[in-house]
Design a protein around this ligand. Structure first.
Ligand SMILES: Cc1cc2nc3c(=O)[nH]c(=O)nc-3n(C[C@H](O)[C@H](O)[C@H](O)COP(=O)(O)O)c2cc1C
Length: 640
């Protein structure tokens, strides 16, 4: 019974209908001039329709130099107001409260966004992720920026926002001032914690003066920057007390800076609600409501945090991308219908940092809300889907939603294909929830999934299917290495599946994500594991934050990681590896192959030769990632 998250909350004369918050997330859906597009508005509208009590938009830049991403929203001039007015109007129709996060990116930007201009910062110190050395702001410029914050907040008020949230977290300009990590100034805006907080305090005071008493002022702050030389929680608490005195109404406790991005957007390896204890300490300190955030992806966990008084609100960023209707489904007790975020960071953060509009691996509708729901077919067809990996199941879901009559065939007794194996390594169990969700959706839609049913082309001879979708995935590649056919040489996938056991000195050939995760998995059990990769990087295809964790796991579990290393020969008890032109013999009782996979699509020609109309999707078409696979399933349903 969820009896805490659906209680309303009164703030500044406004009723926030529940405790579920969408935190700021740059989507890169705006125009380059900072104005709102229909895509941007419809994306928020969908969340409002989905029942979120409080929606905090992405960070509106207060000036062009303050942009951290190319298509981020902006309110640095009056011409931008009109399009964002439309946003607040359409969100409020559904009863959500809406705040605009406002920010200046400071040194955490790049030339793809701000061109040849030099980024500004408290001090001329390079961000570890930066490409351009910033220049230190002059004191008069600091005053101008404070004024720009106040004016941006004022424009937000004119747009109809219920308030703003000052982005004082994650290492951007305001956070940069508050931390010795990036602020070495010797004037009134640097030095001890009181002086470093002065910029933030003056911004809050200026906003209050400009926007009046009834306007909500939120402030987002990193509890701890989790980086060497960064600000600790003890200093943060001092600053929070100052901010409360300055007039902040709502405090949002996040974590990290760009250099510790895996704490800003924690990957699947992180425990759900891991920042709630920081929020609880802040709650002890202040008399204003507190928001917690960080990997909360389950309604019961959220409810428990509120119930135990650790926070007043729960922000769920990525879960709101994966399922914008999370609150409504939770409130109706339809938990099995919630598409659970797995914190893979691949579609959202990964794509954002490529400066493209964000996507979600599990939700192909994200960013397409403005196109409306999938259309019903004029001539519904009878469709067979062969294969129950993410691509096949997603195609089946959307084909069914488009009114086609769909049947799924899967040769294995369990659905999921290779995706199920991806859920095996430590920390990745949540991945399994996606296949469960797909299967549960198909059952709700009345689609029959025949498990343990291997179909041949001949099976369809006497059937009247109009379309056959081949989504049979991929099979692992066996490289041509001397000794590869020895009995102790196995596929990493088979070890993950539990059908083959690894010995105590396994050697894994191939340091892509599958090989590296298998190595980390085996390394947990006191084995002496070696991972051999011919390229220079381990798991380069993995998204940034989870990749950091994976590399740390390999390190902690003492996996012998060899890069730029080529396996020359496999022997009964050892493997010969060439590194820098030198051959080394490494003991190995099991050799696991993780050297990629190849499309499994033998049925395609056979079915086409019989005259069937065939479509191929996912890995069966072309080896890709799960984002491609899920998107292919969705797109197919739109096209058929
Ligand atoms: C694509 C993306 C964009 C983000 N942009 C912002 C932002 O503009 N401002 C901000 O304060 N946090 C931003 N964040 C961080 C989120 O607000 C949130 O704190 C983080 O995703 C952790 O919460 P979650 O585990 O519920 O996703 C972003 C996160 C993602 C995934």
């Amino acid at each position: 019974m969820l009896n805490s998250i659906f209680n309303s909350f009164e703030l500044k004369g406004k009723t926030i209908k529940n405790r579920l918050v969408v935190p700021a997330m740059v989507a890169n859906y705006c125009n380059e001039d900072g104005t709102a597009t229909e895509r941007y508005i419809a994306y928020h509208e969908e969340k409002a329709r989905g029942g979120w009590g409080l929606i905090i938009t992405e960070d509106y830049a207060i000036c062009p130099l303050g942009r951290g991403f190319k298509n981020v929203a902006g309110l640095w001039n009056d011409e931008q107001i009109e399009s964002h007015k439309e946003l607040t109007k359409r969100v409020k129709v559904h009863g959500s409260t809406i705040l605009a996060q406002i920010y200046h990116a400071g040194r955490q930007t790049n030339s793809a966004v701000i061109g040849a201009e030099i980024p500004v910062a408290p001090s001329a110190i390079m961000c570890p992720f930066g490409t351009t050395l910033p220049r230190a702001l002059e004191t008069f410029e600091i005053k101008e920026i404070i004024e720009q914050f106040a004016m941006t907040a004022y424009r937000a008020k004119q747009c109809g926002f219920d308030g703003i949230e000052v982005h004082g977290a994650h290492g951007y300009l305001v956070a940069g001032f508050m931390s010795l990590y990036s602020n070495k100034r010797t004037d009134d805006y640097g030095g001890n914690v009181i002086k470093r907080a002065r910029f933030a305090v003056e911004i809050v005071e200026a906003i209050r003066k400009k926007c009046g008493d009834d306007f909500i002022i939120g402030f987002r702050i990193s509890a701890d920057e989790f980086i060497e030389g960064g600000r600790s929680f003890e200093e943060t608490k001092v600053i929070i007390s100052m901010l409360e005195k300055a007039g902040v109404d709502l405090i949002h406790v996040s974590a990290g800076v760009y250099g510790s991005a895996d704490t800003i957007v924690p990957p699947y390896y992180t425990k759900p609600g891991w920042l709630a204890d920081f929020a609880a300490e802040v709650k002890e300190l202040v008399n204003i409501p507190v928001i917690t955030v960080g990997r909360v992806n389950d309604p019961s966990i959220a409810d428990n945090i509120i119930k135990t008084g650790k926070a007043d609100f729960i922000a769920m960023g990525r879960p709101s991308l994966t399922d914008p209707a999370f609150p409504n489904k939770a409130q109706a007790g339809k938990f099995e219908q919630i598409r659970t975020c797995i914190a893979c960071n691949y579609g959202c953060l990964g794509i954002l940092f490529a400066n493209e509009p964000i996507k979600c691996v599990l939700n192909p509708e994200l960013g397409n809300e403005y196109l409306g729901d999938i259309k019903k077919a004029d001539n519904p067809k009878k469709v067979a889907v062969i294969g129950s990996g993410p691509a096949g199941l997603e195609a089946a879901i959307y084909l069914s939603k488009a009114d086609h009559n769909v049947t799924v065939f899967e040769k294995s007794k369990n659905p999921g294909g290779q995706w199920s194996l991806a859920a095996v390594p430590p920390g990745k169990g949540d991945l399994a929830a996606f296949i469960q969700w797909q299967i549960s959706e198909l059952s709700r839609l009345g689609v029959h999934v025949h498990l343990g049913t291997e179909v041949t082309a001949g099976y369809f001879d006497d059937k009247d299917f109009d379309e056959i979708i081949v989504a049979t995935g991929a099979t692992p590649i066996k490289p041509s290495i001397k000794g590869v056919d020895l009995p102790h040489v196995v596929f990493a996938n088979d070890v993950l599946a539990g059908t083959v056991a690894a010995g105590m000195t396994p050697l894994i050939v191939g340091g892509g994500q599958v090989g590296a995760e298998t190595a980390a998995h085996l390394g947990m059990n006191l084995r002496s594991v070696t991972l051999v990769e011919m390229g220079s990087a381990i798991a380069p295809e993995e998204a940034l934050a989870p990749r950091w964790h994976l590399l740390r796991n390999l390190d902690e579990r003492k996996v012998n990681v060899m890069t730029n290393a080529i396996v020359k020969e496999i022997n009964e008890n050892s493997v010969v590896v060439e590194v820098n032109g030198e051959e080394i013999t490494i003991p190995a009782d099991t050799v696991l192959l993780a050297t990629g996979s190849t499309p499994e699509n033998a049925l395609v020609d056979q079915l086409q030769n019989k005259g069937f109309s065939v479509k191929v999707i996912g890995d069966a078409e072309k080896i890709g990632n799960v984002l491609d696979a899920v998107e292919a399933g969705y797109n197919l349903a739109k096209e058929l």
